[in-house]
Write a protein that binds this ligand. Sequence first.
Ligand code: R5P
Length: 287
Amino acid sequence: MIIVPSSSSESLARKVADELGARISGVERKRFPDGEMYVRILEGLQGNDVTVIGNIRSDSDFLELLLLLNAAREGGSSNVTAVVPYYGYSRQHRIYNPGEPVSSKVVTRAIEEFADRIICVEIHDPETIGFSAKPFRNISVIQTTSEYFLDKNIDLVMSPDDGGFDKAQKMADILHIPSHFIDKKRIDSKTVEMTLPNVELSGKNILLVDDMISTGGTIIKAVKLLKEHGAARISVCAVHGIFAKESGKRIEAEVDSLVVTDTIEGEYSLVSVSKDIGKAIAGGNDL
Ligand code: R5P
């Protein structure tokens, strides 16, 4: 097994390679004078199982992932796995307004063109999995993220909307504490209204959980509401820390702790999903 890291997932790929006792390949990267991307896998791949690990945080990440997958195939790999820790574009898994594409279908069809199977972590909407004819596994990291909070004296888990409540409930079960969700209503494209459940929050140590943090708008609004209702401590946990518009700093200023996983590597990536990914890779096509 050879692991090929994309530039978006270098340290996570190294950890996964360590988990599996696999070799990690060097990758040469440069830009042609006209700006086009060039990649070259430096390890000989002939007859080897190859896993390319790269998230889709940007359009350039996406292209690099596709180029590396194709390079693995062209290089004679017997089996190519695409591990996409953060599966970007999965929020556009359906048409909301006439004239739009189903972006997550486009991304998936492109990846499966070059890969024999796909593995991702906590995809935003599992509907995307149905767009692939190849084996496609969506790993849950609820156990791993919950374990981080086992000794943090959390009183209750809160989801900022009902869509994420299932995850909050599962974390709460592992921590043996209650869970609730905030009723989030979209009024128009710019306004969201949030209503807290009718539970005692005063003096409580609350863990606010979401699948991803992008602009931070959802989390910051929820944090302010929880504070207004007397929460003593607020910890925020998400799987994917996109942190658009410096939202990490803005959230950090408002809460007691901010924790994300290393699906997107950054300063708040205090939980590693490398073991979960290693297990999924080693599990073959057993979905
Ligand atoms: C919404 O369905 C998601 O679970 C997240 O709550 C949302 O994508 C977070 O985005 P933002 O940080 O921009 O509010």
